[in-house]
Design a protein around this ligand. Structure first.
Ligand code: ADP
Ligand code: MG
Length: 449
């Protein structure tokens, strides 16, 4: 028997035969309410809140597994044609291959295959449906699927792909829609109601919605195709994470357009807006220490799971109805060994990450110091009066921001330790959590003046 509260998924369709029954379709999610006198029947609730009886053998427990990202060891990013040829012909083999970003067609790719000690470069482009194709006949939703197809057979290429030329160092990843379906994270669009727009993301609007009788946040993707990979990678990272100070993923909707990422709703919105709108007359030292602890706890968990956030900032911290802070926006977060491309938030990013792409939990610690500065400045933009293009060179020369008026000496010394130039001189999030525990928070603080 299933315990009350268990989510189950329908194996078959069920239609009503008595008024007490609850009809459902195959694949519907239902929540167990309790048993009945008949062991073969249970009481359930559907995601719209309707309750009724169903035959127990029509459903099975919904299991949620982490969605795996496919590593792409053969993806070399932005290298030019000549470099690809050098790599592939240094010890040539028929079928040795790699994929690179196209230099002639930005946004597209090139599949480079070695044959008879020469290299063929195939242009991999997006077709009208935003699918990847080499020959405009076979098309694929991501590079992994494309490569796997040509590993099976040449299908028009000069030869079959036999052996990847593996990139050294951090690897790129891809994600496919089917793994969300299979891993229990899929939510049907019909079960989600959109209420109103509450924010704007990089890829589309963020809505307040209703799902399973609860308020949820729905991130929508306005354009499909090339953006979908990046968008879904965020969701796949979230499937591996579970902590009260990280915004929790509920699922994704892929049965239609636009696609949705559905997460728990944070009633009070982003911390940066909260700081700016409430300001120093309302927000107390105690509140600020509380936010710092919440964020440090969430980041400490992330560090323990070997994930790097890469975009920690007050705009990406959200507050729930109890003003508990939760780290959000995992759009740039990856496991330690995985690389990301895209624009960097310069004023929040550690110098070694800006210069050499050297991201680690210690570069997140740097971002945490900037986050602390933002909090004690009530949402000001960091490095006021410094131009974006000058930030890195100034930081390398040792320039750091001043202590904000509202910041205590304790907190400033923590901030200073987190923006040390050398990553190993910075504390870990585990250290930070312990340090923050020692800071006074007995509530006797008056609002910051
Ligand atoms: P992006 O990756 O495009 O930056 P975010 O995840 O940062 O998107 O979301 C953009 C904005 O949408 C946030 O600043 C916030 O205002 C709102 N938002 C996002 N997620 C939630 C949520 N779970 N609850 C409430 N508001 C949210
Ligand atoms: Mg954001």
């Amino acid at each position: 028997m299933f315990a009350p509260g268990t989510e189950v998924i329908a194996k078959f369709e069920f239609r009503k035969s008595s008024p007490m029954d609850l009809p459902f379709d195959k694949g519907d999610t239902l929540v167990v309410v309790g048993k009945t006198q008949d062991v073969n029947w249970i009481k359930v609730r559907n995601l719209r809140g309707m309750e009724g009886l169903i035959p127990v053998n029509y459903v099975e427990k919904k299991e949620k597994a982490a969605v795996q990202l496919h590593k792409m060891p053969w993806f070399h990013g932005r290298i030019d044609r000549a470099k690809a040829e050098r790599l592939l012909t240094s010890s040539p083999e028929d079928g040795l291959f790699l994929v690179r970003e196209s230099t002639n067609y930005p946004g597209d790719y090139a599949l480079c295959v070695c044959y008879h000690a020469k290299v063929e470069h195939y242009h991999v482009m997006y077709d009208k449906k935003d699918q990847l194709t080499v020959d405009e006949e076979s098309s694929f939703s991501n590079l992994t699927q494309l490569v796997n197809h040509y590993i099976k057979g040449a299908d028009g290429l000069i030869c079959r792909l036999k052996k990847p030329l593996e990139k050294q160092g951090t690897l790129a990843v891809s994600v496919d829609a089917e793994s969300f379906m299979k891993s229990g994270w899929h939510i049907r669009r019909k079960d989600v109601d959109l209420i109103k727009v509450v924010g704007h993301g990089e890829f589309g609007d963020v809505w307040e919605g209703l799902f399973n009788q609860k308020k949820v946040a729905v991130k929508s993707l306005k354009e499909e195709g090339r953006a979908a990979q990046t968008f879904l990678t965020e969701a796949s990272v979230m499937t591996a994470l579970n902590h009260k100070n990280l915004v929790m993923l509920l699922g994704v909707s892929l049965d239609g357009s636009p696609i949705y990422i559905i997460t728990e709703f944070c009633e009070k919105g982003s911390l940066v807006e909260y700081l700016r709108s409430r300001g120093r007359s309302v927000i107390t030292q105690k509140d600020l220490i509380g936010f710092a602890r919440d964020v440090a706890n969430g980041m400490c968990y992330l560090e323990s799971q070997n994930f790097i956030h890469r975009d920690l900032a007050a705009r990406n911290v959200l507050l729930d109805e109890n003003c508990m802070a939760k780290v959000a926006d995992f759009g740039h977060a990856r496991e330690q060994s995985v690389s990301v491309s895209g624009k960097l938030p310069v004023k929040w990013t550690a110098p070694e990450a800006l210069k050499d792409g050297n991201f680690s939990s210690k570069s997140d610690v740097w971002s945490f110091s900037i986050f602390l500065w933002e909090m004690y400045s009530f949402g000001r933009v960091p490095y006021p009066r410094v131009q974006l293009t000058d930030v890195l060179s100034k930081v390398i020369k040792g320039y750091r921001m001043e202590k904000p008026d509202a910041c205590t000496d304790d907190m400033f010394s923590l901030m200073t330790s987190c923006w040390q130039f050398y990553p190993n001189e910075r504390p870990t999030f585990k250290n930070i959590v312990m340090t923050l525990k020692t800071y006074a928070d007995d509530g006797k603080f008056l609002p910051v003046l």
